[in-house]
Structure formats: structure tokens, C-alpha cells
Design a protein around this ligand. Sequence first.
Ligand SMILES: CC(C)(COP(=O)(O)OP(=O)(O)OC[C@H]1O[C@@H](n2cnc3c(N)ncnc32)[C@H](O)[C@@H]1OP(=O)(O)O)[C@@H](O)C(=O)NCCC(=O)NCCS
Length: 135
Amino acid sequence: MMELHDPMDEKYYRRVPHGPTLMKKFLRFHIRKADSEVIVAASPNQIVGYALAYVQANPPVFTRRRYGYLSDLAIREGFLGRGIGKRLVHEIKTWMLSKNLHYVELKVHSKNSGAIASYKKMGFQEGHKLMRQLL
Ligand SMILES: CC(C)(COP(=O)(O)OP(=O)(O)OC[C@H]1O[C@@H](n2cnc3c(N)ncnc32)[C@H](O)[C@@H]1OP(=O)(O)O)[C@@H](O)C(=O)NCCC(=O)NCCS
């Protein structure tokens, strides 16, 4: 998952050498948090995919403020295209419904055409365009 950012976005995201250790800490933090959910897909001997989502809130001017943010979704190579991503998203949506969240949102890189295609097949529709500029 972290490797994906290198070719797509090296000007914006550059990884630190101890990324895997930090990622473990980051995931542990979310596992303990009530408003976050981490779900893994596992084969008998390894984790083959995971999803991380948490609650976000819009400004108080809206009636239904709280929504779910799907922050991470990744399936291990060799296990792609077997319906695992779809199943994890289904479980994440179930968790979001249990939290009475209004909708689910995610961010995907414009060059990540495979993920965009699969999200569309899972029912996601494009909403905003993310605009950015290096400073
Ligand atoms: C995006 C990703 C999570 C999808 O997971 P997956 O387990 O391979 O997807 P699934 O097998 O559940 O497929 C779900 C649907 O998307 C379709 N799909 C999956 N990969 C696709 C691709 N590369 N191109 C087109 N459609 C694709 C499947 O055919 C399926 O459609 P269906 O329900 O009509 O049969 C996976 O490709 C991945 O981990 N990619 C690398 C990490 C990444 O880019 N994550 C997203 C970051 S925002």
C-alpha cells in the first residue's frame, strides 16, 4: 500500500525509512478508538487485506453531519480480484450504518485507474475533485 504513493505522488508524499513501524502504531491507535474501525481479511497463515475507516464530521450548518471516511483499503498482490475488497467495503459500510453515519467517502489518486474502476463497481460515484499545488 505504502509503495503505491511513490510512483504516483513522489512530489507530495515521500516516505520515511521507518514507515512500517509508524504504520503499526497508527493502526494500533485506530484499533483502540471507538470511532474508527480496522478490518482484516486473513487466509490461514497471513493477512491478505485490510480496511481502515473512521468517523468524520461536516461543519454544524448541516442537518446530518457525521459521515464515514474510508481511509485505507488494500489487498495483497496474489489475492486481487477475488471479491475481498468488496467484502471489506461491505463490512465497513455495515459498521458505518451501526454508527448512524450518513454516507461514506474516500480519496483515490486520479492515476489509480484500477482502484477507481473497482470503487465504481462497488457503487461509489465521483463527487469532488481534489485540487492541490506545491508550496
Ligand atoms: C482497489 C482494491 C482494494 C480492490 O480490491 P479487490 O479485492 O481486488 O476487488 P474485488 O475483487 O472485491 O472487486 C470488486 C469489483 O471491482 C472490480 N475490479 C477489481 N479490480 C479491478 C480493476 N483493476 N479494474 C477494473 N475492475 C476491477 C471487480 O471485477 C469487481 O467487480 P464486480 O463486483 O462487478 O465483479 C485492490 O485493487 C487493491 O488493493 N489495490 C491496491 C491498493 C489500492 O489502490 N487501494 C485503494 C487506495 S484508495
